[in-house]
Ligand binder design. Sequence first.
Ligand SMILES: NC(=O)c1ccc[n+]([C@@H]2O[C@H](COP(=O)([O-])OP(=O)(O)OC[C@H]3O[C@@H](n4cnc5c(N)ncnc54)[C@H](OP(=O)(O)O)[C@@H]3O)[C@@H](O)[C@H]2O)c1
Length: 104
Amino acid sequence: MMNNTEYYTDKICIVTGANSGIGYALSEELLKRGGAIVYMAGRSQEKIAKAADQLSAYRDQIRPLIVDVTQQEQVQNGIEETAAEAGRLDLLFNNAGGVGGTIV
Ligand SMILES: NC(=O)c1ccc[n+]([C@@H]2O[C@H](COP(=O)([O-])OP(=O)(O)OC[C@H]3O[C@@H](n4cnc5c(N)ncnc54)[C@H](OP(=O)(O)O)[C@@H]3O)[C@@H](O)[C@H]2O)c1
């Protein structure tokens, strides 16, 4: 039977809101679990680059992705570009937002 770590092995993932908080912690956890490729998505190129730098031990598994989740076109393009580059998309973690914010 597959355990929780094995499930995430070699999965192609997008995590939105990945530069801080839960999205950052989730990205780190996925990276630790067996070679997942994590597209760390955020609306600020600078913040995503900084977050990726903090996880440099997993450099080869990280792909920065610039997406503001309130912009439908950016979301669609981000998903299509990821699937085209990686060949597929296994898991999308729709985390971006803020406590008390208005993003649904
Ligand atoms: N922490 C809690 O107790 C709690 C409880 C219930 C639900 N949640 C939900 O869990 C999620 C993460 O919470 P958190 O505590 O980790 O929040 P956080 O530390 O404030 O992080 C939010 C992340 O979302 C990003 N983000 C915000 N608006 C965005 C947008 N339009 N497009 C792309 N990225 C955007 C932020 O990027 P920027 O740096 O660019 O702003 C940041 O990386 C949120 O959806 C929140 O509503 C959290």
